[in-house]
Write a protein that binds this ligand. Structure first.
Ligand code: M6R
Length: 616
């Protein structure tokens, strides 16, 4: 949510601010703005509602000068999506951009208004602007004013400030939301992530919780001072980033999402091979550091990551005989869960910044239970807090709808299942080897599937205009049905629900008529015959049925549903039931993608969605 960029240079920065914002678009936003110091003294800004194009056009018509500036993409929390509520907030003393929420803003606003401050927006951010400028008016230096303000505001946030009459000073602060500094000899940058800074820097420095950084460029020399929460000067490690503009380019694909779907054979393979040796099946660190003394497992996550956890429940219980609970983070943290000290807790998050998952992790830590994070961003807050981190090796995921991160999460959880099963000897060595080989082989099976993606384009022409769709699956593929429905909802705005096929008669069958597409996952596994009965039940009620199955499954379906054809029976390569969730995910991603494409929605940046959900 919200993206921050800041630059101090010796040349005009407005174009690069806009360029940086372009790379932050994927985070989700509904308005944008930039501010610079005009003539090195006065703050000037441009803001626009809607897509970045509007801001770019505005700056084109009315350019902004200045060698220091900040920029922002806003995902509205307090106040409607209007130009007035867009950041940067600015008065004649300071300009600020903000990601996160100031929780005590209402009380602070009242007090500031009583003092005579005039508010021009409905945002919580404006409180920060007034607190800082009031402190400066009282004689505080800009740095002291920011420090003072941060002792007053409560909440989780990232902030960047510029100050009138200080053409060489940019201040950034982190508490709860990530900020990274980009460092060169004669220019300095701040961004919500390293992707924003990719073309300009190789050396980056991640701020820690409570840090305030004063960035200056004087006489062509850059300097960074970082103060920790108690005000002491600290050194934070500088590291080299491998995020380049190439690694975040769309290549020849129409959308990032399609590119990321097609990257999956590689990303699954990279992820599995980061954890297990293909030669001797030995496990690599960090799997070796996982505690062995626990009675059961609790998996906590949100959205798509939750569905990855849900598949793992089936894996861990069936093959490793470990009782496993799966929890939606926003529910878990607000009920009164029971902690027995014998639970291994696994947190799954692509971004590593999801506020509910992070808060649930902090809660579990406070109860002294062991924690593992499965994340795609190793510098993220969740990664920093967990006892042990396992990284999905997929590179940046830019499409808001998660695809390659999900299958990499599944790959990690499947590998973990193999590890637990080996440690506990819950399956015979031959069976173990069979599952291990099928996991190693699954990337090439997915590559084979991806060679026939025109079938999904065809199917999409039949469903892109519908209002609703049902997804059915059983066993390991029930969570995949949930994930398929979420993908369709997110990017095509078609209302879709995932159900266990066995639940059909307990309610959802009432929805079935000739307008309802029903997408059924029916691998030829131990649940196939039961799912086939469900297919017959919905076919006779006139639904448009699309079935994903194997060759054997398709033959059985053809035999038993004579005379009532399905809209489509898509034959997927054969695999065993252990790896079906990885395989059956991909057609649902493609179906959602081509449906959204046919409908003409904004596939990579669907309305209202944010890539990392950093506020509740
Ligand atoms: O970054 P996280 O994995 O913690 O994000 C959790 C959800 O917000 C995320 O999976 C969301 O459901 C995606 N938009 C799914 O495509």
């Amino acid at each position: 949510m919200c993206g921050i960029i800041g630059i101090i240079s010796q040349t005009n920065v407005s174009e690069r601010l806009l360029d940086g914002l372009k790379r932050l678009e994927y985070r989700g936003y509904d308005s944008a703005g930039i501010a610079t110091l005009f003539d090195g003294h006065s703050i000037d800004r441009r803001r626009a509602e809607g897509k970045l194009e509007n801001l770019i056009a505005l700056v084109g018509r009315n350019p902004l000068e200045g060698t220091i500036g900040i920029g922002h993409t806003r995902w509205a929390t307090h106040g409607h999506v209007t130009e007035n509520n867009a950041h940067p907030m600015a008065n004649t003393i300071v300009s600020v951009v903000h990601n996160g929420i100031i929780e005590n803003f209402a009380t602070l606003k009242e007090a500031l208004q009583a003092k005579g401050c005039v508010f021009t927006s409905d945002t919580d951010t404006e409180v920060v602007m007034h607190l800082v400028s009031e402190a400066i008016k009282e004689g505080f230096s800009p740095l002291a004013a920011v420090q003072h303000t941060l002792t007053i505001v409560k909440g989780a946030f990232a902030l960047a400030f510029i100050f009138s009459d200080h053409p060489d000073l940019l201040i950034a602060a982190r508490k709860g939301s990530p900020l990274v500094l980009g460092i060169t000899e004669n220019e300095l940058f701040v961004g919500s992530d390293a992707i924003a800074l990719a073309p300009w820097v190789r050396t980056v420095c991640y701020l820690e919780e409570g840090d305030i950084a004063a960035l200056t460029v004087k006489d062509g020399k850059s300097n960074v001072i970082i103060l920790n929460e108690s005000g002491a000067t600290v050194q934070r490690p500088f590291r080299q980033t491998n995020i380049t503009t190439d690694s975040i380019s769309k290549g020849d694909y129409t959308h990032y999402m399609l590119k990321e779907i097609f990257e999956q054979p590689q990303t699954i393979s990279d992820t599995v091979q980061s954890l297990i040796s293909l030669e001797d099946t030995s496990f690599h660190a960090p799997l070796l550091a996982i505690p062995t003394t626990f009675d059961h497992i609790r998996i906590i996550a949100c959205g798509t990551s939750f569905y990855a956890g849900y598949v793992a429940k089936y894996w861990f219980e069936k093959w490793a005989h470990i009782r496993t609970e799966v929890e939606i983070a926003s529910e878990f943290r607000y009920r009164s869960p029971v902690f027995d000290g014998k639970t291994l807790n696994i947190f799954i998050s692509q971004s590593g910044e999801t506020i509910d998952t992070l808060s649930a992790l902090l809660l579990v830590k406070s109860k002294n239970e062991p924690t593992i994070a499965i994340v795609n961003v190793p510098e993220s807050s969740i990664a920093r807090e967990a006892d042990l981190v396992i990284q999905t090796m997929v590179g940046p995921e830019i499409g808001v709808a998660s695809t390659k991160a999900f299958t990499a999460q599944l790959a990690i959880l499947a590998t973990l299942c193999l590890k637990f099963a080996k440690d506990k000897q819950t399956i015979a060595p031959d069976e173990w080897k069979h599952y291990f080989e099928s996991l190693i082989h699954i990337p090439s099976v997915i590559s084979e599937l991806l060679r026939n993606d025109d079938v999904y384009q065809q199917l999409a022409t039949h469903i892109y205009h519908v209002q609703h769709a049902l997804y059915l699956g059983r066993g390991l593929n029930f969570p995949i049905a949930l994930e398929g429905a979420l993908k369709l909802k997110e990017i095509s705005y078609i209302h879709a629900e995932g159900y266990p096929a066995g639940e059909l008669k307990h309610g959802p069958i009432a929805l079935i008529d000739h307008t309802m597409p029903v997408i059924v996952l029916a691998p030829d596994d131990e649940w196939f015959d039961k799912t086939l009965s469900n297919i017959q039940e919905i076919l006779v009620r006139g639904a448009k049925v699309i079935v994903f199955t194997s060759k054997e499954g398709a033959d059985k379906i053809a035999k038993q549903t004579k005379g009532i054809p399905c809209l489509g029976v898509v034959i997927l390569p054969k695999t065993n039931s252990f790896t079906t969730p990885l395989l059956y995910t991909v057609p649902l991603q493609l179906l959602a993608y081509y449906t959204a494409y046919a409908k003409g929605t904004d596939v990579d940046q669907p309305r209202n969605l944010a890539k990392s959900v950093t506020v509740e």
